[in-house]
Design a protein around this ligand. Structure first.
Ligand SMILES: Nc1ncnc2c1ncn2[C@@H]1O[C@H](COP(=O)(O)OP(=O)(O)OP(=O)(O)O)[C@@H](O)[C@H]1O
Ligand SMILES: [Mg+2]
Length: 317
């Protein structure tokens, strides 16, 4: 059974594609002829930059397809408005469900830029926050902290990581005050900011259920799946390429075995692409130390990560 099948949980909006469809989008989501034609007809240079960046990301086919849909929807709303038709304001607040390192922050940042380009948001910046940034220490403090954060986010995206932790401690906890203040802010600043709540799939589902007002305020729920082994290896190639490094065959093999070990032993605690990034950055440092005292290094040597540069498993998370 794949990692995906093991971790998948029910979600409200069906943005996860079945296997056949997923394959269809696997390589390049916007390569479908009709979609490509439509995208070109938008003639929006800035969006094509976003498409390029989006397509560079490995996997994430459901997320890519969803972003395309949102783009098309916003574009249509604009056209309808120009034609004097009613253009319903869509609620763009979202829930991102997924394990660590599955690309949630990266995608949120990209969405901020897209919303700015589409005129939905004035700034498109991303403010990342977690429980401690919202919850205060005395009565009234939490509401103030939360309002300040919303203020900073106006014109952009407020991204709250591990949002389910706001339900920690139940009724008496100040987390509840933070959630109430957020809900009120969503009404007060209807079109001024987009709120994204992120966290583990199961905890987020419980969190939303525990607050009757929440589910309807977050019509968009997007699942970020754990990456498959081959996707993690492709992410590693991409990261190395961006840094102008490459791995020897032995190093690639070692990485593959480390990934298999981590996936089997750490399950949902395994930090996916973040793990790969950490391991590569550490390998680059080890490579530097290994070659430090050698003179006359070739271009190939300067570029090649060897198996010995990869730290032993269990030391990175
Ligand atoms: N599909 C992908 N293709 C290439 N790189 C990726 C992909 N997904 C994530 N990354 C890279 O992995 C790192 C971690 O991603 P990101 O911070 O977006 O994950 P996250 O889901 O927000 O993690 P966390 O829950 O730990 O905050 C970043 O350097 C990002 O660029
Ligand atoms: Mg993140």
């Amino acid at each position: 059974m794949s990692r995906r099948a093991l971790t998948e949980a029910p979600h409200r909006i069906q943005v996860v594609l079945n296997h056949d469809k997923r394959d269809q989008f696997k390589s390049q989501v916007l390569e479908h002829p009709i979609k490509r034609e439509k995208t070109q007809s938008f003639q929006d240079e800035r969006f094509s930059d976003i498409v390029k960046e989006l397509n560079k990301l490995i996997g994430l086919s459901n997320v890519k397809e969803f972003i395309y849909e949102i783009y098309a929807l916003l574009h249509m709303a604009k056209c309808r408005q120009e034609a004097g038709l009613v253009s319903n304001q869509q609620m763009l607040h979202m829930v991102f469900k997924g394990n660590p390192g599955t690309g949630k922050t990266t995608v949120a940042r990209l969405m901020g830029r897209m919303f700015k380009d589409m005129g939905v948001l004035t700034k498109g910046h991303l403010i990342e926050a977690e429980r401690a940034d919202l919850v205060g220490e005395y009565i009234g403090h939490t509401a103030q902290k939360t309002r300040d954060l919303v203020k900073k986010s106006l014109g952009g995206i407020l991204f709250i990581d591990e949002a389910y932790s706001l339900a920690r401690g139940g009724e008496k906890d100040f987390g509840k005050e933070a959630v109430d203040t957020l809900v009120k802010s969503m009404e007060d600043h209807r079109n001024d900011f987009v709120l994204i709540l992120a966290g583990y799939t199961v905890e987020m589902a419980t969190f939303l259920q525990s607050n009757p007002g929440l589910p309807s305020r977050f019509p968009i729920q997007l699942t970020f799946h754990d990456y498959e082994l081959d996707e993690l290896l492709q992410i590693s190639d991409l990261m190395l390429d961006e840094r102008q490094y490459e791995m020897s065959i032995q190093a690639k093999n070692k990485l593959k075995h480390q990934l298999i070990y981590e996936i089997t032993h750490f399950g949902r605690q395994f930090s996916n692409a973040r793990f790969v990034r950490n391991i590569i950055e550490k390998a680059i440092r080890y490579h530097a130390v290994r070659l430090f005292s050698q003179a006359g290094l070739s271009r190939q040597e300067l570029m090649t990560i060897e198996a010995e540069d990869l730290v032993e498993k269990n030391t990175i998370h």
